[in-house]
Design a protein around this ligand. Structure first.
Ligand code: OOG
Ligand code: MG
Length: 270
């Protein structure tokens, strides 16, 4: 058995995240890499960020929509960690100059109001969710051509790069009859409709996301704490950000969330 240098692989991905220079897929170098080792690499990468002062803000799920899984050729839900430094205020600006090939996706986000123990029953997980919002996630695979296996993308912290949260709505204040499982979603870029879908495309129902995050997190070492944000997953395929100036998502009943795009180095993206 070949030994795998978890720290070295985490450092290589971390370097790519900071410079915008893509790295080869880990699985082309280390074929035998397991999902468990990939999550260890992911956690080691987060530790590097924390060493630079970043603060964990929650978790995200990926590959939760059929369109997305098909786009990436991967078919299992994955979990990653987000930090407060990845957050961009609603209407704020994202600088994509250090991105490899950043993309944006319309999502639904949840917020937890209490810690959730790993052995909590489903009802307790759901009861811990206090708020919901429309969100944009910015993803950016550190691998060349945005190509990866499940193991690769797990090690790469599920391509997490940035996120924008719309107005938080207390779950208890959602109008009666509003079902999160069936809200229209539209992704707009510079006045052009680039994708449409439904919140039902997120795991069939976004309310499945807290349960999956809890289950996956218990297995792979992601705790859910009070105040955590959960990015539930994309409702449509992702759209490239390069060359765009303004992007927003409209989610029926939840509202609009927007971001301006700035490329301070003039667009040397793949
Ligand atoms: C993996 C991350 C996918 C989502 O919402 O499905 C993701 C990728 O496509 O690079 O964040
Ligand atoms: Mg996403």
């Amino acid at each position: 058995m070949t030994s795998i240098d978890i720290e070295a692989l985490a450092r290589a991905l971390d370097e790519a995240t900071r410079t915008g220079a893509a790295v080869p897929q880990l699985t082309t170098i280390t074929e035998a890499l397991t999902v468990e080792q990939a999550y260890e690499i992911q956690h080691a990468g987060i530790a590097l960020r924390e060493g630079r002062g970043e603060v964990r803000s929650g978790v995200k799920l990926g590959l939760t929509s059929k369109a997305k899984a098909a786009q990436m050729g991967v078919s299992d839900v994955i979990i990653g960690t987000i930090t407060a430094q990845m957050a961009i205020p609603d209407g704020g600006t994202v600088d994509i100059s250090r991105g490899v090939h950043p993309r944006v996706e319309p999502e639904v986000a949840f917020r937890f109001g209490e810690d959730v123990p790993t052995d909590a029953p489903e009802a307790q997980v759901l009861a811990a969710v206090t708020h919901v919002a429309a969100a944009l996630e910015i993803i950016d695979s550190r691998y060349k051509d945005f190509k990866f296996t499940l193991v690769d993308v797990v090690a790469d912290n599920t391509s997490a790069s940035g996120y924008v949260l719309g107005q938080w709505i207390p779950v208890k204040q959602l109008p009666e009859g509003v079902k999160l499982s069936d809200l229209a979603v539209r992704l707009m870029a510079d006045g052009e409709e680039v994708a449409t879908g439904s919140t039902g495309d997120i795991l069939g129902d976004p309310w499945q996301a807290p349960l999956d995050a809890h289950r996956m997190g218990a297995t792979y070492g992601h705790r859910i704490r009070s105040g955590d944000v959960l990015l539930a997953g994309a409702a449509t395929a992702a759209a490239p950000l390069a060359g765009r100036a303004e992007v927003h998502a409209d989610v029926a009943e939840l509202g609009t969330v927007s971001v301006r795009v700035h490329d301070s180095e003039g667009g040397a993206h793949e």
